[in-house]
Design a protein around this ligand. Sequence first.
Ligand SMILES: *[C@@H]1O[C@H](CO)[C@@H](O)[C@H](O)[C@H]1NC(C)=O
Ligand SMILES: *[C@@H]1O[C@H](CO)[C@@H](O)[C@H](O)[C@H]1NC(C)=O
Ligand SMILES: *[C@@H]1O[C@H](CO)[C@@H](O)[C@H](O)[C@H]1NC(C)=O
Ligand SMILES: *[C@@H]1O[C@H](CO)[C@@H](O)[C@H](O)[C@H]1NC(C)=O
Ligand SMILES: *[C@@H]1O[C@H](CO)[C@@H](O)[C@H](O)[C@H]1NC(C)=O
Ligand SMILES: *[C@@H]1O[C@H](CO)[C@@H](O)[C@H](O)[C@H]1NC(C)=O
Ligand SMILES: *[C@@H]1O[C@H](CO)[C@@H](O)[C@H](O)[C@H]1NC(C)=O
Ligand SMILES: *[C@@H]1O[C@H](CO)[C@@H](O)[C@H](O)[C@H]1NC(C)=O
Ligand SMILES: *[C@@H]1O[C@H](CO)[C@@H](O)[C@H](O)[C@H]1NC(C)=O
Ligand SMILES: *[C@@H]1O[C@H](CO)[C@@H](O)[C@H](O)[C@H]1NC(C)=O
Ligand SMILES: *[C@@H]1O[C@H](CO)[C@@H](O)[C@H](O)[C@H]1NC(C)=O
Length: 858
Amino acid sequence: MDPYRVLTVFLSLWSSVVPADVRLVGGASRCAGSLEQRHQGDWRPVVDQYNWNLTSAAAVCQQLDCGSVVSLRRTQHSSIPMFVSEFGLMPISMVSDELILEITCSDSVRLLDGTSLCSGRLEVKSDQSNQSWSSVCKEDFDLRDAEVVCRELGCGAPSALQGALDGGEKAPMWTREFQCKGDESALLDCDSSVRNTCSSGKVVGLTCLDPSGLRLVGGASRCSGTLEMNKLGEWKPLDERDWDLRVAGIACGLLDCGSPVSTTRRMNPAKTNVWAAGSNCASSLMDCFDRPTFSHGSLEITCSDSVRLLNGTNLCSGRLEVKSNQLWSSVCEDDFDQQGAEVVCKELGCGAPSVFKGGLYREVEAPVWVRELPCGGDESALLDCLKSGSARSTCSPGKAVGLTCSDPNDVRLVGGTSRCTGILELKHRGEWKSVVNADFRWDLKVAAAMCGRLDCGSVVSAAKRTESSERPVWWINSPCVQSESTLKECVTMKDQLSEYSLEITCSDSVRLLNGTSLCSGRLEVKSNQSWSSVCEEDFDLRDAEVVCRELGCGAPLVLQGALYGGEKAPMWTREFQCEGNESALRDCDRSGSARGGPCSPGRAVGLTCSDPDYIRLVGEASRCAGTLELKNQGEWRPVAVWDSQWDQSSAAAACGLLDCGSAVSTEITDDASDRLVWWIRSSCVQAAATLLECVTLTNVPETYTGLNVTCSDLLAHPNISLSPSTDGVSKAKWQGLQVLMGSNFTITCSVEPQYQEGSFQLVFASSDAAQNYTLPAVNHSAHFLFPAADHAHQGDYRCVYHVYVFSHNFSSESQTLYLAVGASVTELIIRLVVLLLGLMLLIIALCCHSEACRRRWR
Ligand SMILES: *[C@@H]1O[C@H](CO)[C@@H](O)[C@H](O)[C@H]1NC(C)=O
Ligand SMILES: *[C@@H]1O[C@H](CO)[C@@H](O)[C@H](O)[C@H]1NC(C)=O
Ligand SMILES: *[C@@H]1O[C@H](CO)[C@@H](O)[C@H](O)[C@H]1NC(C)=O
Ligand SMILES: *[C@@H]1O[C@H](CO)[C@@H](O)[C@H](O)[C@H]1NC(C)=O
Ligand SMILES: *[C@@H]1O[C@H](CO)[C@@H](O)[C@H](O)[C@H]1NC(C)=O
Ligand SMILES: *[C@@H]1O[C@H](CO)[C@@H](O)[C@H](O)[C@H]1NC(C)=O
Ligand SMILES: *[C@@H]1O[C@H](CO)[C@@H](O)[C@H](O)[C@H]1NC(C)=O
Ligand SMILES: *[C@@H]1O[C@H](CO)[C@@H](O)[C@H](O)[C@H]1NC(C)=O
Ligand SMILES: *[C@@H]1O[C@H](CO)[C@@H](O)[C@H](O)[C@H]1NC(C)=O
Ligand SMILES: *[C@@H]1O[C@H](CO)[C@@H](O)[C@H](O)[C@H]1NC(C)=O
Ligand SMILES: *[C@@H]1O[C@H](CO)[C@@H](O)[C@H](O)[C@H]1NC(C)=O
């Protein structure tokens, strides 16, 4: 190996951590040039793998005391010794393009403590300030001076110039007044005059406009072409990967170019510098594309330019607007007809018009467009129809045209036993190909959305299949598929081959609607191509068993009318007569004749099936602790999360589903072995009613990182019993047990063998005393011996089992045992003797009494 090419690799996060010993060489000053780092006495260029951004370059400028960053560029080099910058956790790979960083710093001006690189408190440095940074007095600085500074820093025009920014008092004050003409390239090139004091005491705070902007270049109009973005004065194309039409729609909107019609990726023979999407994509397109990189691809967008559909549910529906003289206006119903609708749908790249009428979508004001649009239907744009159009007077509000065009794309399932089962294929640009999700979020909910689009009822199962070879596929964006977007919007630009395809089984002729999970909802059955709910009278528990089985759910839990709404009265009029063991409702017998009376909407069957047996914790003595496993497609596999957001509340959701109380602890574990796992999205877990909905489908074995979960209801409940069952102990009349006064008794606490350790606490409570005793658990039990029972022992006894496992204390309680203390045998004999004696005395007394009476009456 060429010794020069042995690269020293730094495992530091270079984009945020700037190495200590750096310099810029080959530029006009020490504050510009290519970045080098000293390593063991040698200076070598730093090679970047697209991790650097302006913020990290700004840190270099600061470290070199070179003011603010003006630009960061990369140039290609080869065969020189260099350092590779690399993300901390990613595997190290050789770079194919060895890119050297070129940084330009402003040297003598800087903006400090601002909200962006283009704003902050102004400081300057020159020989006049003895090469130390000084603030500038507000009075010595005007808008022309600001223009020069903003330009010098590579920012846009100045947008705010203010005084008295915090922190200004720390730096010494610059003592000259700037007198820029406005066209100088650097502030220190401007004339200046001496000024001694800063009477207001306020220093300059400056905000230059962020020069971000978008444009489409190289197309037929300003509304089509390669998408480019300007950041800090540099126009670069946007990286084309993973775009779909909805993202393009944002660009068309920002350019005031109507709706997106198509996106095409253009492959260039040479790599060009492009902006790639970073991590900041939630807020705006501009913030999203912040990472300069090199790519062969760029993105071509065609926007509709002069027509758009607004406020619809997708790009092919909404209120029609046309643009004329740079103004958008709705179109009056009276000026528009079927031919016009056809032209618009075609112009927007959508399918045939399905609905158009006035007042369909919310409109703000009456259309101002009051010219007829007599289209022939063949025009390529709506405005082409205008030539022959005549003006009319007015249009009343509420008559703005709302238009829905059909989805030009289509889906189908092929290779299955019916049209509702098989491999998913999508027609895009007239071509059927199988489908792969670009975002790896293929899960049961996405499959459910596909079943819905196919009018095939509910989803039963979904699986990712590995084909024998790689082939062209359409890549789709899964969240898009679940929304009301057209499928056209959901296809991304990615054009890689794939060896995967997606197989779906839909229920076809039954579905549960508006439920809380995929296993609950209002029952509907399909007959004669239309869906109908079912009347309570026609449906019993056995029928429910069949439906739950057919949908891949567990046993029926709740069967009730009107549980999940029902707008219309059920139309289904035959009674189902299932045996209960059929695999589908359509296999069940139905009553020969229709039900007599009608069924009210309130009696539409609502059904809740239990979730299938699909989640468990394994590897520990308790069912409420261990490694999380999931059963999907009949197979148990450990669970792995791919968004690294698994936390205590996700674990709590799992404990809840297992009926194991709350979560005590959870951790992501590492195991070097490769095995098949079920991937889930943790962000889904808390929201979903069943974990099954969160499984993303992949068959790739993974170096296994599992999830260990410990739930609070870890321990079995201990048993409490009284022993030995000598004749001193008997069942008392009120539920509890009775021991005789003076006899010995033992209360035994025992628990199922789960853990060796632990202790039992026997808690006693009576009306006037409370006491507790503790013994260690021996052989999973403890015997509490009480000699000579007396009345003080009468009361409630309860066993509490305590154990310390998984670094936590757990406890569980037994039921309460009531113990009564009765009289002993000798006491009973004495009582009996006393009783007999008492009885004798009574009889004697009665006899005497009766003798005396008799005597008196005589
Ligand atoms: C530059 O990269 C760092 C580290 O990756 C990141 O924290 C920062 O937000 C990035 N700056 C911009 C402007 O994107
Ligand atoms: C300029 O800086 C040098 C070295 O830091 C120092 O010796 C000198 O006193 C400074 N002069 C003024 C006028 O601040
Ligand atoms: C309709 O769309 C416009 C432009 O996208 C938006 O500004 C407005 O808020 C939307 N109106 C409604 C009612 O959604
Ligand atoms: C029930 O589901 C249907 C079809 O998904 C939907 O159109 C309807 O709005 C839902 N109704 C309610 C009350 O959620
Ligand atoms: C099926 O629907 C069609 C059209 O809606 C109707 O003409 C036909 O009578 C229906 N057939 C049955 C058996 O209900
Ligand atoms: C259902 O069970 C009955 C007997 O109880 C049997 O005759 C029938 O064949 C079974 N049907 C199916 C589909 O298993
Ligand atoms: C995770 O749980 C399994 C099964 O209970 C156990 O074997 C493994 O040691 C646990 N891993 C960690 C890191 O606790
Ligand atoms: C009760 O236990 C004591 C020892 O604890 C024993 O001496 C006595 O004989 C026992 N009495 C009975 C009735 O078992
Ligand atoms: C607890 O009692 C129940 C019911 O009497 C019994 O099935 C179980 O085996 C007992 N458990 C122990 C640990 O004794
Ligand atoms: C058990 O007794 C101890 C000390 O007598 C007391 O602090 C504790 O609260 C008692 N526990 C119960 C469950 O009654
Ligand atoms: C533990 O209990 C089992 C039965 O429950 C018994 O077979 C065994 O001998 C006992 N072991 C000890 C050490 O007491």
